[in-house]
Design a protein around this ligand. Structure first.
Ligand SMILES: Cc1cc2nc3c(=O)[nH]c(=O)nc-3n(C[C@H](O)[C@H](O)[C@H](O)COP(=O)(O)OP(=O)(O)OC[C@H]3O[C@@H](n4cnc5c(N)ncnc54)[C@H](O)[C@@H]3O)c2cc1C
Length: 345
């Protein structure tokens, strides 16, 4: 770690030692980080990552941590944050955006340029790097749709640029997800307005998607979006076993999810009744979001163990073999308490 600190000192790269990361994470949780490095440009990011690779130092890259569960009771080694790497370079038909730039801001930039194809990404709270890793998307849009190429640090520390096809983008995944050794530096996006929409049509779509998010996205408590990446109705899936469960689900669905009741509840959409239905049939010992049982929230009273236990329980209730989308950050941990170990093995 000393070599990374020396590199930071030599190149004026900001860093913090023995830093409690809790107040900076999206979920407002997280323990002590021995070294948190926050480069401010692409060169600094590439240098730090290459040096760590050369010296075989374990590190974890973080963007806005909106998909990362960083645990309170774990002590971490090195984090490299891309948050301050936010340069933009625009030319002819492309725009190059650094990995720490905000995805929501990109949607705004595209609106100002009158470029369509980014509207559905409205409201996804990640950085460009984090979004590319998991090919973030919604409403039939995916960030990879408009990517021309990606510049990254490869597993031996070289900076390379490859076209979109190289990264095997599929539903919520890419080679960055399976090969965590790669660090995204910047992404080249297409500025062509393929659909020929006008600015006001693009703005209108952004607004529609923004409003739609209010009906199912938790906005009050810190959360990590959907625990499971699914197009299915989680309530129907959980309540699929047993006649009583199925009957109760369909009865309530007809009663509550019809256009009339939905319209009546439109100012404060909730799934509280379906949550109660789940609690009635199964043991769920966790404060779930009233918006959806698929959202993990931090209400300030929950511990690491409560969270991990709840995740396992939800996985068992939903589908045992389904991957949890939220990533439990453990790969650069130095000290893991015993009671946590049993949940992450
Ligand atoms: C309220 C809410 C709503 C959401 N809605 C959606 C949605 O509709 N659709 C969707 O797809 N997702 C959604 N998400 C999930 C999340 O916002 C996205 O996955 C987001 O793109 C993650 O970006 P991030 O910067 O927060 O990544 P982080 O959480 O910081 O990191 C995620 C992963 O990417 C890696 N990583 C980060 N930066 C880099 C980099 N530069 N190079 C290589 N690896 C890197 C990290 O190591 C980590 O493994 C939602 C989350 C929340 C909290």
């Amino acid at each position: 770690m000393e070599t990374l600190i020396n590199l930071c000192n030599l190149n004026c790269i900001p860093y913090k030692e023995k830093h409690r990361i809790k107040y900076e994470t999206y979920f407002k949780m997280g323990g002590i980080v021995n070294l948190l490095i926050s480069p401010v440009n692409i060169k600094q990011l590439a240098d730090v990552v290459s040096e760590a690779k050369k010296r075989n130092i374990k590190y974890k890259l973080i963007g806005f941590s909106s998909n990362l569960l960083i645990l309170d009771s774990v002590e971490y080694g090195v984090f490299i944050s891309t948050k301050n790497v936010t340069c933009i370079n625009e030319e002819c038909n492309r725009i190059d955006v650094s990995s720490g730039y905000s995805l929501s801001e990109l949607v705004r930039l595209m609106l100002l340029r009158g470029v369509s194809g980014y509207e559905g990404l409205e409201g996804i709270p990640g950085s460009i790097g984090g979004a590319v890793v998991m090919n973030a998307g919604a409403y039939g849009y995916e960030i990879s749709d408009k990517i021309i190429d990606v510049t990254f640090v490869d597993s031996v520390g070289r900076v390379r640029t490859k076209p979109r096809e190289y990264f095997d983008f599929r539903f919520r995944t890419s080679i960055f997800k399976t090969n965590t050794d790669l660090c995204i530096l910047s992404v080249g996006f297409d500025l062509e307005n393929e659909n020929g929409l006008s600015k006001s049509e693009i703005a209108n779509k952004i607004e529609v998607f923004h409003i739609a998010r209010h009906s199912y996205q938790e906005f009050s408590y810190p959360n990590l979006g959907s625990m499971f990446s699914t197009r299915q109705d989680m309530y129907r899936e959980i309540l699929r076993h047993g006649v009583k469960q199925k009957f109760s689900y369909w009865f309530l669905k007809l009663l509550i999810k019809n256009p009339l009741v939905k319209r009546f509840n439109r100012k404060k959409p909730t799934n509280n009744i379906f949550n109660k239905l789940i609690f009635n049939f199964y043991e769920v010992d966790y404060p779930v979001s009233h918006k959806s049982i698929n959202i993990l929230i931090n209400n300030g009273d929950v511990t690491d163990v409560d969270i991990l236990k709840h995740m396992k329980n939800m996985q068992r209730l939903y589908k045992e073999n389904t991957c949890i989308e939220n990533e439990i950050c453990i790969e650069n941990a130095i000290i893991i308490p015993e009671d946590i170990k049993s949940y992450i093995s």
